[in-house]
Design a protein around this ligand. Structure first.
Ligand SMILES: [Zn+2]
Length: 291
């Protein structure tokens, strides 16, 4: 199998992405606690109220694109934040309506979730959203087909390769731009009332790990997709680590710092090229073999 090919003379790719969850995940996960609990809701509102503007300024300082996945509910209650993302010309993708995890939805609820979230985001971007990341990186077997039915072109929630690839969905294909847990700020720095057992990682060691991931993926021509949250790494000290990573990316020769929209468009255009891998989904039940 040949190695993945990036456009022009680029050798690898870096995508900086933020899931602007806002308060939504708390309402979905802990609806009863949310009724009489203020602290975590306020902590999460830091993202669309404060963190997002610092992130947008940082991207502007270096003239690079980010990508923002926003739950429909968050877009509805924080319209200024989404308008600001759009006015700075960064793509906005889908991220559920109330940050629903797909493994907990019935088929009809999942379809309704897509209708609501697409309607919310469309109001801001003026067209049907084409990018999707599932809340908590959770998909069920229906989701890829529903995404294609909804006009979505790429998902970014699964961990099946080091670079973008297509997933076979019946006789159709959905582009996957893979993520990984080691490249998610919440895993290191996320610490909320309902996640108090999670230790807060040291910033220097986290940066070192991300630098290692970037250098390693670069060496194999891969795609480094960093998943962040404005209420986590929108705080200044964490944003400094992100800035160091941006500087490292800009100093790396042949590294394409791209939005997920740019990567999606490039991959769709080259979907039939030999370097573009198409994979089957794992079997529903274990296959049996005659030995
Ligand atoms: Zn999220």
């Amino acid at each position: 199998m040949g190695s993945f090919q990036w456009p022009e003379d680029f050798r690898a790719c870096m995508c900086l992405t933020w899931d602007m969850d806002g308060e939504s995940a708390m309402y979905f996960r802990n609806p009863e606690e949310a009724k009489n609990q203020l602290s975590e809701l306020v902590q999460r509102s830091y993202g669309p109220n404060v963190g997002i503007y610092k992130i947008l300024d940082l991207l502007e300082k270096y003239g690079i694109p980010g990508t923002f996945y926003v739950p429909g509910y968050t877009a509805n209650i924080h319209p200024e934040a989404v308008r600001e993302i759009v006015s700075r010309r960064h793509p906005v993708g889908l991220h559920g309506y109330m940050h629903e995890t797909m493994d907990r939805l019935s088929e009809s609820d999942e379809k309704r979730m897509f209708d609501l979230s697409i309607g919310s985001i469309r109001r801001f971007i003026g067209s049907t959203p084409t990018l999707f990341r599932s809340p908590s990186f959770e998909l069920n077997r229906r989701t890829p087909g529903l995404l294609l039915d909804s006009g979505v072109l790429s998902d970014s929630s699964l961990m099946g390769d080091d670079h973008p690839y297509f997933m076979k969905v019946g006789d159709r294909k959905l582009l996957e731009i893979p993520v990984q847990w080691t490249l998610d700020d919440f895993e290191f720095w996320g610490h909320t009332k309902s996640n108090r057992q999670k230790p807060i990682a040291d910033i220097v060691s986290t940066f070192r790990m991300w630098k290692g991931e970037l250098q390693s993926l670069y060496s194999i021509g891969g795609c480094f997709v960093l998943t962040m949250h404005p209420f986590v790494s929108g705080r200044s000290v964490y944003l400094e680590a992100v800035e160091r990573l941006i500087k490292l990316g800009l100093e790396t020769p042949g590294l394409w710092i791209a939005s997920m929209k740019e990567v999606t468009e490039y991959c769709i255009k080259n979907r039939d090229e030999p370097f573009m891998v198409t994979r089957d989904l794992p079997a529903v039940e274990p296959l049996s073999f005659d030995l």
